[in-house]
Ligand binder design. Sequence first.
Ligand code: F0G
Length: 459
Amino acid sequence: MKTIIEPFKIKSVEPIRFTTKEERENILTEAGYNPFLIRADDVLIDLLTDSGTSAMSAKQWSGIMEGDESYAGSKSFYRFESTVKKVTGHKYIIPTHQGRAAEKILFSIVGGEGKFIPNNTHFDTTRANVEFSGATAVDLLNEIGKHPEKRAPFKGNMDVEALEKFIEKVGAENVPLAMITITNNSGGGQPVSMQNIRETKAVCKKYGIPLFIDACRFAENAYFIKTREDGYKDKSILEIAQETFSYADGATMSAKKDALVNIGGFLSLNSDELAMKCRNLLIVTEGFPTYGGLAGRDLEAVAQGLEEILDIHYLQYRIRSIEYLGEKLVENGVPIIEPPGGHAIYIDAKRFAPQIPPHQYPGQSIVCELYLEAGIRAVEIGSVMFGKYDEKTGELIPPPMELVRLAIPRRVYTQSHIDFVLEAILEVFKNRGKLKGLEITYEAPMLRHFTAKFRTINN
Ligand code: F0G
């Protein structure tokens, strides 16, 4: 059979609410043109994030009832720990309430003034946690990954040569760890090859630097390795994941992605000393090491989700659904990051709305129009999220790319939802000449995209 279907049937449904265009105009104005500030109930199809938005399976829900809520040593912790160990092979598994809690603990300990953390591309919370510790976050993405229109199988790869040069420049003693984000969320959800992970590890090893994996979407990355990299066709997703983690000394994980849960995360480590320090800090900030900010039931759901994510039928449907949306957009001339990545479609806003310069936030303008047009919520990943101000001139320093991310929640929307999204994007694209720039009227000093307010520029 050629048709790839959702590998599940639906037991429980949740209505979505339709609004009129006029209502959406009011809602958006009230939200200061920032979809983060819109109520979810006012959104028809929510593609803000694939994080924590998964539909859990019947087995996960029954795990919720099985959850052991003992403060210390709960049965659920041991199930969680053994599942995470099976996948990562790491010695210490520390539960946290989500990915950024793992990052906060890790970088509070290894970060600090004068330290540098290289990554293929830091996600925004990872960068924020590195910088909050006083350290410097450095992105060393492979050149091909910086060109949205160029197709390559592994556009998330680390620039290994640049990594080595960088370590030489700042001194290995100032690089407490290197990180590799799979898939590379901020760089378009693009995968990283096993070869690249291996080569990154070799450089790290040469300089005695531990390698950590930001593992949120490790299974989607494994699927790309299986289907795109020589030598992996006959390997299972579990085997590929195990090999991936075998090159790492530790990992941070937001279970809200590839563990198919609504909350959860972990930090996995091999170093005895680092694990002890992390656990001590965990007790202060998250909770006792056998629950780390989660309920026992959450640990059950993560353990079950980690089993389910390894299913090849699920991953095939997941990746194909996104690829389908990407293909149709490209056929119709919509500029996106090609080829589509694992969890989202990234519209290239620079080419979509070339009349709007980066300092008038072309991505944010497209995001707003998609909401007005069809009640779809997407997110800008460009100058709003990553723009910095020049300390001297106060001018915006835009990041290399202006993107709009349409992240697809796992197991939530069906094929006809995807077709609806396609239709809406094509409509906005048809009228792209009318898109207007925006200016910021309020912004917070850090992670401003969450709370910033905008107004349209009328000229
Ligand atoms: N690392 C990556 C690559 C991520 O994509 C995220 C979250 C995190 C770390 C932090 O995890 O949210 O559990 O604290 N990404 C979400 C997103 C928020 O929408 O892409 P968290």
